[in-house]
Design a protein around this ligand. Structure first.
Ligand SMILES: Cc1ncc(COP(=O)(O)O)c(C=O)c1O
Length: 366
């Protein structure tokens, strides 16, 4: 079976180092918010070119905490997309704010900056662009829109660790940015994990308090908070994997370039790259008019594919008719019916990739 993503292959690739670090943590007796988390926070912030990183329990929690740290709550509106993981919208709702969903750019699957004007209202307090599939949203017009309207720019970086926009890492554009370390991500833990990054000392302090009962010092709650912490084992794993992130992203880019060449003659619509950004291919997403039949065919031949995402958030049973949209979501609904994510991860071999391509060709030649 060729998997779409394969976190076990990542473990195997770095097993001796990871095993050593895990056993050091187990022997240390310190399992929550200790030296490993502190070191990871420092190293990750340095890697991104920001001042602070705050490790938390998941990517969803990173967004929730970031929104609360920015002071958002009841009645506030947050502009984002419907073509994303449910988590982006779920975090806005959990924070007590209201999502306003706008359409994507059909070529890139990220938020369409031209749709922002229609979505803004007196209640808008933040915008969350999602760097989907590993490709940065078009941050220059989005950041200028956020500045002009004095609203927070909170990046959802869950799928694009290490990607750049105009030569600067994503995560360093917003006043807050959020990462997930779910195992299949470009930087993945062996369990749940997430981080908020920022260059503002004040926001960093608030995030740090919110993740642990609002404590300003042990057992003194200065603000109401809750508990969402990154653990020492995950931080130790992440520290090892962070050292290989750029190399792993290069492997993903090389595999994507191979797909680009070998699939060029097929009926598939291939992913397009933005000129001023790097795409780190968390997913390699193609479009096909015969998507479902192709997916079944590949599955029968032992090739796993996934759909990111089959039902846009505004059409999910939990949200249908209950969330505000900024205009029609035509491109979002079109993408949901046509997109297909092919296998891609740093350890995928060229032989496996050629087999995926050969099987796709066989489908179209039938
Ligand atoms: C775009 C996006 N945002 C947020 C999240 C939430 O991350 P987590 O699963 O760690 O809560 C994910 C991960 O699934 C994601 O892909």
């Amino acid at each position: 079976m060729i998997l779409c993503s394969n976190p076990k292959a990542q473990y195997r690739a770095h097993k001796p180092e990871i095993d050593k670090e895990i056993s050091k943590v187990l022997e240390s007796g310190q399992y929550i918010l200790g030296e490993q988390v502190q070191s990871f926070e420092r190293e990750f912030a340095q890697y991104l070119g920001v001042n602070f990183a705050i490790g938390v329990g998941s990517g969803t929690e990173a967004l929730h905490i970031a929104l609360k740290a920015a002071g958002l709550g009841k009645g506030d509106e947050v502009i984002t997309v419907s073509h994303t993981a449910i988590a982006t919208v779920a975090a806005i709702e959990v924070a007590g704010a209201n999502p306003v969903l706008v359409d994507i750019e059909s070529d890139f699957y990220t938020i369409n900056p031209n749709k922002l004007k229609k979505a803004i209202s007196k209640k808008t307090r933040a915008i969350i662009p999602v760097h989907l599939y590993g490709q940065p949203a078009d941050l220059a017009p989005i950041a200028s829109f956020a500045r002009q309207h004095r609203i927070h720019l909170i990046e959802d970086c869950a799928q694009a660790h290490g990607a750049m926009y105009k030569g600067k890492r994503i995560g360093s554009w917003g006043n807050l940015a959020c990462f997930s370390f779910y195992p299949t991500k470009n930087l993945g833990a062996f369990g749940d994990g997430g981080a908020i990054v920022t260059s503002s000392k004040k926001l960093a302090n608030t995030c740090r308090m919110l993740r642990e009962y609002g404590w300003s010092e042990t057992k003194v709650s200065s603000i109401p908070g809750w508990s969402s912490r990154l653990d020492e084992l995950q931080a130790a794993v992440l520290r090892v994997k962070l050292r290989y992130l750029d190399k792993d992203n290069e492997s993903r880019m090389k595999l994507a370039a191979m797909y680009d060449t070998l699939l060029a003659e097929t009926d598939l619509i291939l992913p397009k790259k933005k000129a001023r950004a790097t795409h780190v291919y968390h997913q390699y997403v193609v479009r096909s008019e015969r998507r479902d039949a192709l997916r079944d065919f590949l599955m029968k031949k032992g090739i796993q594919t996934l759909i990111h995402y089959p039902i846009p958030v505004h059409l999910q049973p939990a949200y249908r008719g209950k969330v505000k949209t900024g205009g029609k979501l035509k491109e979002t609904e079109h993408a949901a019916n046509k997109v297909l994510s092919l296998p891609i991860y740093p350890e995928l071999t060229q032989t496996q990739l050629r087999l995926v391509v050969k099987t796709i060709r066989a489908f179209f030649d039938q």
